[in-house]
Design a protein around this ligand. Structure first.
Ligand SMILES: [Zn+2]
Length: 291
């Protein structure tokens, strides 16, 4: 079975370098990712664009739009990216220029979608600053991927990243597809409800455990931990809207695949590991056909 990893990173962000070195033990480079993908049968990865101007500044209010995968230039054929949006720069006087650059980048076949860092940046996803971004998503038929749940930085604010905030957005923007990241963890039941209720909302299962095999073994063998996610998946009862992603370099690819295999009933593996990505990201299909 081919696998598409809908959520990885390849940006020069200090906390990702540290996590790779100290927690997950992965080689955080294009070559490292390529080797892990090949070993695990992953045919394509979607990278979430993010950049920091100064080391450890993430979420950096100074980062220019759009934010990309600055460790993957030029972009290898097994990768696509979601362009990252810095709303602080969008709200500035020069916001129109940023918007023009975002639109220009969206015309590249390397781009699969748009990524919002809710919580990291202190704006609700319904804030008018994002209005033009949703218009671009509609115009170019790309999904908007939204961080939800815990922030991987103490400088995030959780009220902006709670999955319930996406409910109102999905209602306002029925013409846009949204993918909420990390199933809103720890608010996975809330995320499951937002996915179940809204036809235009999907979820990725990335970043639910951060670390190496040892850490995964500890959590995978804790029924309370696994049941926390299973309850939400059973409640949503819609495996055509759940997408596989790892949040690499936060965990090794093969270890994360095994974790998701255990969470998802086997008859839904094709959908979760491969097919759903083609539904949410039309350009992924185009990219695969061109390879
Ligand atoms: Zn991520």
């Amino acid at each position: 079975m081919p696998i598409i990893d809908c959520h990885i990173h390849l940006s020069d962000i200090q906390s990702f370098h540290h996590t790779a070195r100290d927690l997950s033990g992965v080689d955080y480079s294009v070559a490292g990712l390529k080797a892990e993908f090949e070993r695990s049968g992953v045919i394509l990865g979607i990278g979430m664009g993010v950049e920091e101007e100064t080391p450890a500044a993430f979420p950096d209010t100074l980062a220019g739009n759009p934010m990309g995968l600055d460790l993957a230039r030029p972009m290898p054929s097994f990768l696509m990216e979601c362009v990252g949006i810095n709303p602080v720069r969008l709200a500035a006087d020069t916001g129109k220029e940023d918007l023009d650059r975002i639109e220009q980048r969206l015309q590249s076949k390397e781009v699969a979608g748009i990524k919002l860092y809710a919580g990291y940046y202190h704006y609700f996803v319904t804030d008018p600053v994002y209005g033009p971004v949703y218009e671009l998503a509609k115009k170019y038929d790309v999904p908007v991927v939204i961080h939800t749940g815990d922030t991987y930085s103490m400088n995030g604010l959780l009220k902006y990243s709670h999955p319930l905030t996406v409910d109102e957005l999905a209602y306002q923007q029925r013409g846009v597809r949204f993918m909420i990241c990390h199933l809103g963890d720890p608010w996975v039941m809330d995320a499951a409800e937002v996915v179940a209720k809204n036809p235009n909302v999907y979820a990725d299962l990335s970043g639910l455990v951060v670390g190496d095999q040892h850490k995964f073994d500890r959590f995978q063998n804790e029924p309370l931990f696994m049941d926390h996610f299973r309850r939400a998946l059973v409640y949503a009862d819609n495996y055509e809207k759940m997408l596989f992603g790892t949040d690499w370099p936060l965990a090794p690819i093969d270890v994360y695949i095994e974790f998701v295999r255990r969470l998802i009933p086997e008859k839904h593996h094709d959908d979760v590991f491969y097919r759903n990505a083609l539904r949410v990201f039309p350009r992924v299909k185009e990219r695969l056909e061109s390879l």
